[in-house]
Design a protein around this ligand. Structure first.
Ligand SMILES: [Ca+2]
Ligand SMILES: [Ca+2]
Length: 166
């Protein structure tokens, strides 16, 4: 008798659990669950897109800084010290959608040293121009000098001093 009662209790317990398990979700609960899932999914997708954009920009900055470094090695270091002056280059000498400007100025106190700053500006896939040269002509035009230093500026710059060797 005791065993039979215990079996009934177990049966009732199992059937109530099964009823709760198979009761399913109401429409409101389902709607809320889907809304939470959609919001979370949108956040994750936008995070992935942002990460891809930042990675692309970082790669471009590295490539364009290397363009500036290559210009320094190829043209500036081998140039005649006396005739080395400010100049700019446009494609095909530099990659497409890119401008390069080389600023040369005499050292304020030492005659035989010149400061050289090579600035590379470029247009990203999103049509955003990185650097102040908004029209990519290698020249500082009106309204482009946003930091007021009197020359083109960019994240992709290489600066050095060249000394007279002859
Ligand atoms: Ca310009
Ligand atoms: Ca500037």
């Amino acid at each position: 008798m005791k065993g039979e009662g215990q079996a009934q209790v177990i049966h009732l317990y199992k059937s109530s659990r099964r009823r709760i398990f198979f009761a399913g979700l109401t429409l409101v609960e389902l709607t809320i669950a889907i809304a939470i899932f959609v919001i979370a999914a949108c956040g994750i997708v936008s995070l992935f897109i942002s990460c891809a954009t930042f990675t692309d920009s970082a790669g471009n900055i590295t490539r364009m800084t290397n363009v500036a470094r290559q210009e320094l090695e190829d043209n500036v270091r081998s140039a005649n010290f006396a005739t080395l002056n400010t100049y700019s280059q446009l494609p095909p000498n530099v990659p497409p959608r890119t401008s390069l400007a080389c600023y040369v100025q005499n050292h304020p106190t030492v005659n035989d040293i010149k400061q050289v700053i090579i600035v590379v500006c470029y247009e990203e896939k999103s049509n955003r121009v990185l650097g102040e040269d908004q029209n990519l002509n290698g020249v500082l035009d009106g309204g482009e000098d946003s930091d007021g230093n009197g020359r083109l500026s960019s994240l992709c710059e290489v600066a050095t001093y060249i000394a007279r060797t002859e």
